[in-house]
Ligand binder design. Sequence first.
Ligand code: NAD
Length: 335
Amino acid sequence: MSHSVTLIPGDGIGPEVAAAARRAVDATGVSIDWETVELNADVILKTGHSLPDHVVDSLERTGVGLKGPVTTPVAGGFSSVNVALRKRLDLFANVRPVRSLPGVVTRFQDLKIDMVIFRENTEDLYSGLEHEVVKDVVTSLKVITRAASIRIAEYAFKYANDADRHKVTAIHKANIMKLADGLFLRCCREVAARNPRIEYKEMIVDNASMQLVMRPDTFDLLLLPNLYGDIVSDLAAGLVGGLGIVPGANMGEKHAVFEAVHGSAPDIAGRGIANPTAMMLSSVLMLIHLNERPAAQRLQTAVEKVYAQRQHLTPDVGGTGRTDEFTDAVIAAMN
Ligand code: NAD
């Protein structure tokens, strides 16, 4: 059976890592009918919409996307297309497995790091509701709702049960934001109480940041509102070797869009040295979602094999290989 998948190369290093991931997925033998749609600053400025209709139409049709990063201008310009897409398709759960890979030299290589981050994906300070009250005085609305908090907590605990994981840590700042983070926490507690088999812990986000660096191997599943989830994801990526290797999934009731944690990396775009691992491992999550488990396992095993050999790795993880060379090695490792 063939699957229709919307491929969004994005911009910056997006087209390079998306092409590599596509090649790797095709090499697993699974049949994918790729529908490629352009989404980048040029398209956004040309159409005048931060989320052009052709992108949404394609995802509505296929239900599944593999997406490269898209640049968002800093301190001005158009609003984030990534945030807009998650809200528009109600992709409420951002799931990011952070795992050590064999052969990657990190400061924590003697520890086995295997955590999954569950980031609420539709609200919080990403509501985009900012307002200049008077000149030089700005407010930014942090929106936390019971509905969204319960939904992400239920998603995390369901994952814990299904994947036989043992602990969920809710991360918050409810000592200061007593109402907003307090509501998020009450929802997490409510869902935790219905799942007594899973150990439940709470940690204030500043302490959690330190504990993640000091004792990363003690974390299992992390449950966070949107902003902390975003920041902690990059911190966690740093523990296992950087943004080049951490995949992600944006999950909704009807749609799923798979994308790496990393952004468009303008500092290395166009140089042929971007690490496509995060996009390939996002594709592994996509193949599992498509119920193509043997293909997912083939790709995962091939990536791990190439890492264990250490010969074709890209510069961000200590190698001298190029994007294409790494991709060729992964494809060769499947045979
Ligand atoms: P970034 O993730 O693009 O890059 C951070 C650092 O990590 C850079 O040094 C970069 O070279 C490195 N890096 C990231 N991915 C890599 C890879 N695959 N291989 C090798 N090195 C890699 O973060 P940034 O520089 O803060 O953001 C750049 C742009 O990306 C911004 O416009 C931001 O808004 C956007 N962004 C988009 C998404 C998304 O599309 N989902 C996510 C994050 C950031």
